[in-house]
Design a protein around this ligand. Sequence first.
Ligand code: FUB
Ligand code: ZN
Length: 676
Amino acid sequence: MLEQIEITSPFWQARQQTIAQQMIPYQWDIINDLKQVEIAVTNTGGDSTALDSDKSYVVENFLIAAGKKQGKRGGMVFQDSDAYKWLEAVAYTLEVQPNDDLRAKADRLIDIIAAAQADDGYLNTYFQVNEPERKYQSLYMSHELYCAGHLIEAAVAYTLATKTTKFLEVACKLADNIDAHFGPEEGKIHGGDGHEEIELALLRLYELTQAERYLKLAEYLLLIRGQDPDFFTAQQRRDVALGRKSLIPGLEIIHPDFKAPYFQSDKPVDEQTEAKGHAVRVVYLCAALALGAKLSGNQRLLTAANNYWRNIVQKCLYLTGAIGSTAHGEAFTGDYDLPNDSIYGETCASVGLIFFAHNMLRQNQQGACADVMEQALYNTVLSGMNLDGKGFFYVNPLEASPYRSKVNPGLRHVLTRRPGWFACACCPPNLARMVMSLGHYLYHEDNGTIFSDLFVASNATFKQKDGSTIELQQSTNYPWDGTVRYEVKQAGSAGVKFALRLPQWCEHYHLSCKGQERPAELKDGYLYLKEPAQTGDIIELTLELEPMLVEADARIGADYGKQAVVRGPIVYCAEEVDNGAQLQCLHLGSEGELRGHYDPELLGGVYVIESQGQRRKLAEAAAATSPATTIPAIASPLYRKAQPAQYEAQSIKLIPYYAWCNRAEGEMRVWLNPQP
Ligand code: FUB
Ligand code: ZN
């Protein structure tokens, strides 16, 4: 079992420092309304003008629910979850480094949350303050179990980090309240929450407490989903009949986006074969299915997880690890429909995809799962934040134009500046908890073998079943450099059974130990060392890391005929600030002409790639430089008889996608035209 991990990677240390020292204090000020920031409202797909952008209300809502303050409970129905995700991020931060100030703030917040909890364990500020008579009756959109799930996840992380139990007691009391209300028994509710999250949280609570009732309840909530496809829609109709108001401002209760597939409830989960509906909901469900399958051995959960995995990864995944093709319902659309400009690609959805991939990996040992984890992490998740930690993307496009986002209502959700906060602020604290918990994703263990899943310089200590300790020091300058060195500081009594991931993008690699080739068997994306590693071994894996041109499956219409540049896990993009406007006119050069270098001064230090490409001249420019006789008559200013294009040479500068939008606002594109 992983006992301790210290990240030493300069790349990740820089990000964790930014989050610990800038982002988390900044978010604290926001959730306590100590700071005035412009709160962006253009993100959830509905009538965003109905969202409340005055302030965040997050902590104030708990004070009101606890009777410690008078006032109006504000914000989204799931506003409590922002506090919980913030606390979870703090828990992982405390694992990375002690921080008395943050710890004191977190303890204070936990006291306030505990004070708001009802005697029977129920906890949700919206329903306690605004509509107590509606508790557990509008599950399609109430987010009661979603918020509870975030509380539970935060409490589990906080307990592990601080070895205190106050928060855990709140979590168990809340979980027990849910257990008392939901389940197969007569008189209980035979359904779950419209937004999955509680399932994963209960599994984590079970892992910590070993209390079987949490595993059983998680299994129940996973398998009841879709048994009655009308479960959520019947509640919607009842709320309308009772004249209740919509829980999401600006969206009607019965709305075309909110039918059974939106909630993944049109069929039982193991009969679902396609990712449908709200993307974050889908991946939170999937993360729980995969972990539930591992913890319970339930084959139905495994079938569902495998079906979802196949569909998402083979047919619905963007190159950047983004998911969710439309703002309507923040949802998946259908196979191969992956528009680059009107995409949703919510940061939370890629965080959830990492949870899913990680839990799949823990039960199937397939390197492809770690590849997806890495793809989402280095691209969409990191693109969710400004380099200074104080601006956030909710939507992560692969193609953006400030002008088009302004004039086209269908693109209004695609921002070209990261706002300081959102009225619906699910993404910023989600990103914080993800990056601060990175240490948990570097290795996993199965059947006595340690798997190296992510290449991140670090020192890791594992406790073996026989009580012995394994210490591994990983040194690498990944993602900029492909050499990864593992020094076995201490091997267990029998040595370390070790498997190293060989990413799918890697065409050539070399594995050695102290200058000698190290025999290994390649299976399912991992190199399994033939002999256990011993104390003092230095195992070196060299992955060839060259810039590469990639193309998409021809069924993805949006990318047809285009190419993108990647280097290892990093996807590149062109920005207007480097390449001028009208990026659609750029044509990349050949793969052999791609040149790269590390620029320590640019964007916090990035590997830049230059392509000796060309820019197609616009018609006017072509007309101005060519003899009039060679230009056919222009029938209209926009369209003309097709003719040979004219180009001028242009060196195209590409930067890592995650770093876009940290300089001047402007156009950005991942997919570009190939060499003409
Ligand atoms: O509904 C809660 C969260 O808000 C979802 O996960 C996000 O997609 C956003 O709608
Ligand atoms: Zn989000």
